[in-house]
Design a protein around this ligand. Sequence first.
Ligand SMILES: NC(=O)C1=CN([C@@H]2O[C@H](COP(=O)(O)OP(=O)(O)OC[C@H]3O[C@@H](n4cnc5c(N)ncnc54)[C@H](O)[C@@H]3O)[C@@H](O)[C@H]2O)[C@H](O)CC1
Ligand SMILES: [K+]
Length: 508
Amino acid sequence: MYVVNSQEMRAIDQYTIEQIGIPAMVLMENAGRAVAEEVSLYAGERLQRIAVLVGKGNNGADGLVAARHLQEAGHKAEIIYATDPAGFVDEAAVQRDIVHNLRIPSSTYAELCVQWHSYDLIIDALLGTGSRGAPREVVAKLILEANESDLPIYAVDIPSGLDPNTGYVHDACIRATCTIALAFPKRGLEQEPGVEQAGRVSVRSIGIPQSAAEQLKVRTYRIEEPLLSDTLGLSSYRRRASNSNKGTFGHVLVAAGSRSMSGAGLLCSKAALRAGSGLVTWALPESLLDGMLGQIPEIMMRGMADEGRGDWGKISTQWILELAANKAAIVFGPGIGRFDNDTHWLRDIWEHTTCPLVLDADALNMLGTSIGLDALSRRSAPVILTPHPGEMARLCGKSIPEIQGDRIETARSFAWKFGVTLVLKGARTVVATPEGEIYINRTGNAGMATGGTGDVLAGIIAGLLAQGMSATQSAALGVYLHGSAGDRAASSRPYMASLIASDIIDQL
Ligand SMILES: NC(=O)C1=CN([C@@H]2O[C@H](COP(=O)(O)OP(=O)(O)OC[C@H]3O[C@@H](n4cnc5c(N)ncnc54)[C@H](O)[C@@H]3O)[C@@H](O)[C@H]2O)[C@H](O)CC1
Ligand SMILES: [K+]
């Protein structure tokens, strides 16, 4: 499923109308009918008194079409224009005249005090992909009153007051029961807090062929089963040849853990195994080794001389490079903690190892603060970075609100600039590839906001890389599986807050 921004949607609209030849009025009729069908589904046999809030653009015109179809279905539709409809142009003017000719009751907001209690449901057709900035004047007032009415609100295309591209929620923003996304979901519906504001999202075809999005090279996708098996070609990984052996599925090197965070290495290593890698070696500071021995019998362990410090301050590059030599993937960072020594060895690993590399947690902070990504040469083998918003803020030298303000563009431009695959974690994790593609994950839940789940994700991704998947396949499938396992873990418990990272591994 493609996800589009307003500029891509306009281009797709134009292409469909001008190159394919489907008239705008046909698209609008389909859009309005789709809205009416969704409302009728909700209404069932009950006849509804519906207030249709109409803006002056085509979003409003879609609302007028919906009003007409709902009236035809026996409901009582009343139109409330935000501004004087005399000023409408093009298709909106045509739809205005039609509802007028059908004697559907209408009024302009300025003239009246809306009796919200006389309605059962509201359709929000005020602002769509043409909205710019915070809702102004009467539009803002209508939005706030509609929310205060506590009536169910069905939003056309996007909730008015939601930024269609970033998911930013303006002070005046419709809190929708359901959003009918026309043709393709807009980016703002796929990023918090837009996800919350949109309610249930129903993506409805309005007659625009999928090929229009392909033709215009839309490169932002929702991660869903069909995408994983088809576009990402992952179905070939479902079967294992019977004459396989543990070497067939790769050997992961996990470099993780320190005295206060030794469990991170365990979680990461176990997750890599559960994700299907053949072998896992966990490299950790020697003084921690005895305490960890045998905790997970399937994992091989190697202690690194640490002068009893229990941290990575004295790591020897030679030792790590020798360990990394025959590995299929390396994951660096979970639980390694911070220390002041020079981190030249991270640069050496970046530059002298040839297998895919996953950097997580404090390895990312080293990149951001002491080495600097732009100081590193492009690496022949793929690199996957898995920052949460705080680590991303340090990597980019920005604030967390700036990162969260436009997660998709932040991730896309970073991945493109540095030639890495970036997994920007959070609700609706964003995967960005060096080629400019974006994959938005929709699995997972708030119960996963608990220590160690990031270590598990890094291990899953490394485990998939070890089996020969590309960085894009490993990152997209990795976040999808991580969230799905988290959803299964949450639904198997009385309350999702009791979920811990190990539960995710067990559910993989
Ligand atoms: N393929 C499709 O998705 C189709 C979508 N359709 C609908 O068309 C709208 C986009 O229509 P457009 O006229 O470009 O923009 P809007 O209706 O969203 O514009 C609203 C209107 O309001 C004014 N305005 C803009 N920002 C603000 C603001 N902050 N406060 C107040 N007023 C504002 C501005 O002047 C605009 O004219 C899309 O969402 C779909 O619903 C087509 O109908 C069918 C194909
Ligand atoms: K709307």
